[in-house]
Design a protein around this ligand. Structure first.
Ligand SMILES: [Zn+2]
Length: 125
């Protein structure tokens, strides 16, 4: 192993950076690739590390993509139902009658305004 540009300890120390593409220069990639090409133990170590990292990433990705538990969905639906059952809707109407005279003719204008109010009565309040 004396013909390597870098010792195995240096190669091993850079394996994670090599896998993550975080080495600082293209020369370092060439040096490591050369080392892996000539050094079976370091190549095996690198491939093991790469497989481990890939496995970890897959595990993380799968756990983050996990669907919400069905109990949670049921609880949310139950809460929505409870809130809907305690919701009162009230309508208010206001009638305005305006009498005015224009050019000797008397007119009556009637306007009606509707106001809708939705009241939420939250349980436990
Ligand atoms: Zn080596």
């Amino acid at each position: 192993m004396s013909n390597h540009l870098i010792p195995c300890s240096d190669a091993a120390a850079s394996i994670v950076l090599f896998i993550d593409h975080e080495l600082s220069s293209p020369e370092q990639y060439q040096i490591l690739e050369l080392h892996f090409a000539e050094c079976q133990p370091c190549l095996a170590l690198m491939e093991h590390e790469r497989a481990t990292i890939s496995l970890m990433q897959n595990l993380l990705r799968n756990s983050c993509n996990e669907a919400a538990p069905i109990e949670l969905l049921h609880n949310i639906q139950a809460t929505i139902n409870t809130l809907a059952a305690n919701t009162a809707t009230a309508f208010f109407s206001q009638t305005t009658i305006t009498e005015f005279t224009f050019d000797g003719t008397t007119s009556i204008e009637i306007t009606q305004e509707f106001t809708q109010e939705i009241r939420h009565e939250f349980p436990g309040e």
